[in-house]
Design a protein around this ligand. Sequence first.
Ligand code: WT7
Length: 567
Amino acid sequence: MSNIGSYDERIKNFDWNIAEKELDYEPGNPINIGWYCSDRICEKGFGNKPALIWEGSAGNEKRYTYNDLRLNSNAVGQFLRDLGIRPEERVCLFMDKIPELYIGFLGILKMGGIAQPLFSAFGDESLFVRLDNAQTTAIITQKKHAPKVRKIMDKMPYLKHMIIVDADPSKPLADREVAFDMEQAEKPEKFTIHPTYAESPSVLHYTSGTTGQPKGVKHVHYSLISQYLTSKWVLDLQESDIYWCTADPGWVTGTSYGIIGAFSNGVTQCVLDAGFSADNWYRFIEKHKITMWYSAPTAIRSLMKAGDEVIKKYDLSSLRHLASVGEPLNSEAVIWSEKVFGKPFLDTYWQTETGSMMITNFPGMKIKPGSMGKPFPGITATVIDSETFEPFGEPGKIGLIAIKPGWPSMMRTYWRNEETYQKKFKNGWYLPGDRSSIDKEGYFWFVGRDDDVINTGGHLVSPFEVESALLEHPAVAESAVVAKPDFVNMEVVKAFVTLKPGFVGSKDLDLEIMNFVRKKLSPLAMPQEIEFIDSLPKTRSGKIMRRILHAKEWGEEIGDTSTLEND
Ligand code: WT7
C-alpha cells in the first residue's frame, strides 16, 4: 500500500496540518530543519539506523547513522558558532557530494545560519556573483576548489572565513582561511539549537533568469512541511526504503529531496559521488539494494542510450518506485523504464522557487506517459491566458502555469531583489514561467518555458550570463546565446558570435572561447557550439533577437520580424 492511498480522497479536505501533526509541530513553536532531520529521528528511536551511505569515485565508502548525523552536525554548528558566525548569516557550501556537504547543511541550519549551496563545478565568476549578492560570511569548501575562491577573495571583504574540510595539516593557511576536519572534530553531545521559527530563513538557492544576475531564492524553515509530506506521498518513502536521489545539493532537488525530505522521513539514503556511467549506476543500485530512485530525464535518456543489454548484467529487482524531475520527461522514457525496470518513472514538476513538488504523478494513479500529472493535494494549479491572466474555461488550451500562493515551501522573496519577486505574481496567481495545457481529466502536459532560459540536462542556464562571459573574451564583439536541441540533454548552449576586427573564426578560437566560458562559469554553461557570423539579427532599437536564432536552431517558423533592423 502506498503512503498516499487514494489521491481523490486526499485532495478532499486536505490541510497542511496533516504534516504538522505527524511532525509534532505546533504553530508558533520553534521549527528547525536541522533538528528535524537528525535529533528528532534519534528521539524517535532510530539513532542507530543508517542515515547516509556514501560512495566515492574510487569505490570507497563512508556510513553515518542518524546518531552520527546528529553528532557531526552538532560539531559543524559548534564550529561555526565559535568562529563568530551569527544566525541568518549566509554560509556557502561549495563542495562535491561529500558527507561534509550533507552534514554541513544540517549544521548550518542548527546554528541558525542560512545555507547557501553552490554547485562545485562553478567557476570563479559564477561563484562571485552569487556570493556577492548574498554578502556571504563564510564558505565551506575542499582544497581542490579553494583556488577558485582565493582568486576572488580580494573582491569580497564581507567573506570572513574560508573553511577547508580536507586541509593539508603540513601547509600553512592564508589569512581568513581555517581548517575543519569533521572526523577529528569534537562532537558535542549537547548543542543548543538556535530557536528558528516558521518564517526564519533557512536556505538560499540561486537560479538563473533570462535577464540580470542569478536570483537568490529565499526559503524558510517552514518549508519542511511541504518537503516532508511530498517525500512521503510522492516519493512514497517508507521505513524500510533505501533511497537514492541522484541530484547534487548545489541544486534544489539535492536539498529539498536529497537532504530534507529524506532525513525528515528517517530513511536510509545512498549518495554516489562519481561521474555518470550506466554500468556504475546499475552496479550502485544492485550493491545497495536501492528501492526508491529519484532522478532526471537527462540521466534516464543517457541510460536508454547505453542500451538494454547492460541492464541484464545486474540484479535491479530491489527497485520498487521511480520518479523524475527537472525537464520534460518524454513518453518514450516512461515506456522504456516500464519495459526494463518493470515500473514507470513518475514525472514530477516544480522549481527552485516552489521548494517542493507542485504537479506530479502519484503512486497508484493512472499514468499517462508524457504528462506531468496533477497538482499535489493543497496546491491549486491551473493554466491561464497569457494576456488576461484568467483561467481557461475549457481543457486543452495552452497557457501559463499558475499556482495559488501560500503553500509552506514557497520562496519568500528573491534575495535583495523584491521587485523581481513581485513580478512573478499576476492576478493573484504565482507564475513559475512555464507553459502547459490541461486535459479533460485534469492532467498537465508541459509545453515549454515562457522565457529564453536554457534548460540543459535539468539545469537552468541564463543566456545573459553566458553572453556576458563571452563579451569578456578579447576576440568577441557581440554574442547571442540560445538553446540547441540535443537528444540526451534536451537542450545545450549554442552561441552566435561576431568577432572584433583582426580576428578570424577558426577551430582553435572556437575551443579557446568554449574553455574561457567553462572556466568562468561552469561546464554546463559552456557553449557546445559556437557559430561565427557577420552580424546578429537585431530590432530597430538595437536589441538582439534571440528568438530568430532560436527558431533557426529548432527548424521553426520565424514569425513576426517586422521590428527587425537588418531584414
Ligand atoms: C524549471 C525549474 C525542480 C528541480 C529541478 C529544476 C523545468 C522542472 C519539470 C518537468 C518539464 C520541468 C521548468 C521549471 N522543469 N521539472 N517535470 N517537466 N519541465 O529546478 O532549476 O528551478 O528549474 O525546470 O521549466 O520551471 P529549477
